[in-house]
Design a protein around this ligand. Structure first.
Ligand SMILES: Cc1cc2nc3c(=O)[nH]c(=O)nc-3n(C[C@H](O)[C@H](O)[C@H](O)COP(=O)(O)OP(=O)(O)OC[C@H]3O[C@@H](n4cnc5c(N)ncnc54)[C@H](O)[C@@H]3O)c2cc1C
Length: 401
């Protein structure tokens, strides 16, 4: 059998029955893909794709059914992130960042009438939520805040240097960390939900970056005033460990995995064309294999951690176990590095056509976008913050968990 005959019978991925969220994701991805190059070039918000996200009612998808939402699971959203990541990384990351904030509210609203009403609005008004954790020059030090909430009777004011704030201008609401009060320690934080009418943003930094250009993550001076009832009823430390970090690491990881899957597919198509036209096995196939291996490891890690997290949700003792918390923390480090390695291998598989910014074989944008992964909460900081945790966890002694 020659190479043409063997490629004719080549295995394609099996078609699976997909959920309504997956079906929506494919439709949105098609729109995102049409505009992705222009979004990147102009460093502009992906309006078209985000309008489609709203049309499919995906912004309020995880809101519980009792508040009008679809009750989508974390797994549903992670899957959508992976699909969107293959066509436009900025759209996928905006979608992920929104849903990380949604998870913080949905997981911890307690008995708060204000937050219950807000969740209803997340569905009816399809509110887009932005996230402010980076403050001043503190980088990814998410568990410390400088600016305090200043109480004044039943209301509060907050002024903070939001030095990196994705889609700050396009968002309908802002979810921000803050010091509990002027007298509180930097680590004694609360999470505050701000409606667009509660705050003003004064631009301080632009967003002229290598990749993820459509996230429009410029800097702003934030000035806010709101009601005390808008502050989440649970301290931020709990929200951080139980919802914010698991959701962020799983959703961001899926976006980066999606970027790698998109790059892999472009490489595979390019090499197939070469194989068909030359009748020989292209030398880039060795790199394509590497791209696939990294991607397989990445997907396995994401799925495994998702299983563990889903198993522990609703049981704080299990959720806060050192082993699970460490696995969730390390997931971000490993997945981000695997995604970069996989995209890099896809780039090398295609050679110069992959390196070019134009053409169907280009993986240049994918590489620029995925290079943000190890920096988005810097991996060095994450590893440094683990402290002595790795010394407390015995390695597995059996293969089967
Ligand atoms: C695409 C994108 C979108 C973003 N969107 C938002 C957003 O919407 N809202 C928001 O608040 N933030 C956002 N951020 C910012 C993000 O949350 C982090 O603040 C940022 O990525 C940290 O960048 P950094 O590496 O410069 O900073 P840092 O984490 O401060 O690191 C700076 C340097 O110090 C080193 N370092 C730090 N700590 C340690 C340590 N413990 N041990 C050893 N070395 C260490 C690191 O290696 C690094 O070189 C976004 C970032 C990206 C890339």
């Amino acid at each position: 059998m020659n190479i043409h005959q063997s490629m004719h019978g080549m295995l394609e991925a099996p078609v699976k029955k997909s959920s309504q969220f997956v079906q929506s994701a494919h439709k949105i991805a098609a729109i995102a893909s049409t505009h992705a190059a222009q979004v990147d070039k102009a460093s502009r918000f992906p309006h078209e794709a985000m309008a489609a996200v709203r049309e499919h009612k995906l912004l309020g998808a995880t809101v519980p059914v009792q508040f009008g939402g679809s009750g989508a699971s974390l797994r549903d959203i992670v899957e959508v992130c992976f699909i969107l990541g293959q066509s436009c990384a900025s759209t996928a990351m905006i979608f992920a960042m929104h849903h990380v904030k949604a998870a913080c509210i949905i997981g911890h609203y307690g008995e708060s009438p204000w937050h219950m009403a807000f969740m209803r609005r997340m569905v009816t008004d399809q509110l887009l939520l932005a996230s402010s954790t980076t403050e001043g020059q503190s980088g990814g030090d998410v568990r410390n805040s400088n600016a305090p909430v200043i109480e004044d009777g039943g209301s509060f004011t907050l002024e903070r240097a939001a030095t990196v704030l994705s889609y700050g201008e396009q968002a309908d609401a802002l979810v921000t960390t803050a010091r509990r009060s002027a007298a509180a320690a930097a680590s004694d934080q609360v999470l505050v939900i701000l409606d667009k009418s509660d705050y003003s943003l004064t631009p301080t930094f632009g967003w002229e970056t290598l990749g993820m250009r459509g996230t429009c993550s410029g800097g702003f001076g934030l000035k806010a005033r709101g009601q005390i009832s808008q502050i989440m009823p649970v301290d931020y430390a709990t929200i951080h460990a139980e919802s914010m970090i698991p959701a962020a690491h799983l959703m961001w990881g899926a976006v980066w995995g999606g970027i790698a899957a998109g790059a892999h597919e472009r490489a595979r198509r390019h090499l197939r064309k070469l194989a068909t036209s030359s009748g020989t096995v292209p030398s880039g196939v060795a790199w394509l294999n590497r791209a696939a291996t990294h991607l397989t490891a990445l997907r396995a890690m994401l799925n495994n951690t998702l299983d563990q997290y889903e198993n522990a949700v609703g049981t704080p003792d299990m959720l806060n176990q050192l082993e699970l918390q460490t696995a969730i923390t390390l997931l971000k480090v490993d997945v981000s590095e695997l995604a970069v390695a996989s995209v890099m291998a896809s780039l090398r598989a295609n050679g110069l056509p992959g390196y070019r910014e134009d053409g169907e074989a280009s993986n240049a944008r994918a590489l620029r976008d995925v290079l943000s992964a190890p920096l988005m909460i810097n991996n060095d900081r994450i590893l440094g913050n683990l402290g002595i945790a790795p010394l407390m966890i015995s390695p597995a002694s059996t293969l089967t968990p």
